[in-house]
Structures are given as structure tokens and as C-alpha cells.
Ligand binder design. Structure first.
Ligand code: 2AL
Length: 248
């Protein structure tokens, strides 16, 4: 099984961190390929960053189609481009936020999210509403760490995250914590040991869900709004999308 993990930001070091965490958790027969777009923001911390990143995510899905990927993981906690990506393939496409929400509700009745910045926390709240998980989430907390600090100031970022996760444990009346950034993919064990609660991290959760769906023979439905996009001319810099025909 080949799972293509797409880091929507363009920071190669973070793509490596995400790819290594995915490979460690993957089943023996699973091959992970981790990619990031060539163009776009170095980190995703706003609606604007997300909007710009989406075209790169979709291009990486099209590249994955040419390389026979069996499933895709979008490894940014805003799940940028998720539904559009699903339109491009029959393979399952899993966003790390939705994967973490699903997994957390299977092991607890309520959870808190600990994410990077307060403003990205608001984006997570929109997703909780959109996906129907708001009822399960007690609180969205921000450690106030810019995304790239996870790469560049790893020790300080980890301490801040542990501190905020302990506050969530002591104040939120929860059974589990969801980590809210793809760049936290390698921190699950250290945080759960320090905090003593189950910690759900989206990249690893998404890999396991992707393996389960492929194992069940389930892929993205082509009935309804996730059908392949109707072919039509695209102009200007998006002219290449005019030849958008399903590869398989
Ligand atoms: C993210 C993420 O997961 N990667 C990134 O660049 N921005 N989102 C977040 N909430 O920090």
C-alpha cells in the first residue's frame, strides 16, 4: 500500500518530520511518500495561507495519481483543500484534523485541542462545526507557538505544549487531548508521557485510518459532489488544469 502524505506548507524539514512519524506508525506493508508543494507559504497560520496552499495540495494529489498512490493524507490541521482533493481521485483522502477528531471520539467522550496560535485555533473551531464534532470538544487551546518554532525552537515549543496540555488536563474535564498541527507529528509519545492522558495526533491517526479504508476496499465516492470535476478550460496560470481527466 502506498500512502502519499502531503505537507501543505513548503518547509522541507517539516515534511521530513511528518514523513518519518508516518513511516514509524505505518504497517509493515505500507510505503509512505511525503511531499510538499514547490510554491506557497512556509507555514499555514491563516485563511490566506490556507487558500494559497490549496493549489499546491491539489497539484500534489495529481502527481500522486501518476505514481499510483492508494491513499492521501493532507498533513495540516486546517485540512486545506480536502474536498477538492477528494474530487481528483478515487483513493481515500484524509485530513489530519478530521482524522484526529474521529479517533479522539472513539476513546473519550470529550477532548480539548492544543494548537499553535489562537487564530489557527479559531480555524479549528470552524472545522469542529463543519464536521459535527463541536459537541465533543471542550476547549481549543493555543500554546502561542508560531508553526515554524516547532522546527526551529523545538525544545522550547515542546515545553510550552506540555504546559498547555497539563492545563487542559487539569481544567477542561476531558478524556483526551488532540494535538493541532502537522509539525507536532513526532511529539505524541513525549507529551502523553508527561501529561498522563491519551494524546491523539492527526498525522499518525490519518495513516491508520487510510490503512483501514484501503484494507476495507473503500475509496472516495464518485457519486454526488465528490465526482471528478467537470472538464472545462482554465485560463492564465491555471491553464494546465484544462486537461483535468481522471487517470484511473
Ligand atoms: C498548521 C499545520 O498543521 N501546518 C501548518 O503549517 N500550519 N496548522 C496549525 N494549526 O498550526
Amino acid at each position: 500500500m502506498h500512502i502519499r502524505v502531503i505537507n501543505p506548507n513548503t518547509t522541507a524539514g517539516m515534511t521530513t518530520t511528518i514523513g518519518e512519524a508516518a513511516s514509524r506508525i505505518a504497517a509493515p506493508g505500507t510505503r509512505i511518500t511525503a511531499r510538499n508543494p514547490a510554491h506557497g507559504p512556509v507555514s499555514i497560520e491563516s485563511h490566506f495561507d490556507e487558500a494559497i496552499s490549496m493549489v499546491g495540495v491539489l497539484e500534489e494529489v495529481l502527481a500522486g495519481e501518476r505514481e499510483d498512490a492508494d491513499a492521501y493524507v493532507i498533513a495540516c490541521f486546517g485540512d486545506p483543500g480536502l474536498l477538492a482533493a477528494r474530487e481528483l481521485t478515487r483513493a481515500p483522502v484524509i485530513g489530519i484534523a478530521e482524522a484526529a477528531f474521529h479517533m479522539a471520539t472513539l476513546i473519550s467522550t470529550r477532548f480539548s485541542i492544543v494548537t499553535t496560535l489562537a487564530r489557527t485555533g479559531i480555524i479549528a473551531e470552524h472545522l469542529l462545526d463543519q464536521y459535527g464534532f463541536a459537541h465533543h470538544c471542550r476547549r481549543v487551546r493555543a500554546a502561542e507557538i508560531p508553526v515554524l518554532d516547532l522546527e526551529e525552537n523545538g525544545d522550547a515549543a515542546l515545553s510550552r505544549l506540555i504546559e498547555e496540555c497539563k492545563r487542559a488536563r487539569d481544567e477542561d474535564d476531558i478524556g483526551a487531548i488532540v494535538l493541532g498541527c502537522g509539525g507536532m507529528a513526532d511529539l505524541t509519545d513525549e507529551i502523553s508521557q508527561a501529561v498522563g492522558l491519551p494524546v491523539v495526533e492527526g498525522v499518525t491517526a490519518a495513516i491508520k485510518l487510510a490503512e483501514a479504508l484501503v484494507g476495507l476496499g473503500l475509496g472516495t465516492s464518485k457519486h454526488g459532489d465528490l465526482a471528478f470535476p467537470r472538464p472545462k478550460p482554465f485560463t492564465g496560470r491555471f491553464e494546465g488544469f484544462s486537461q483535468l481527466i481522471p487517470i484511473r
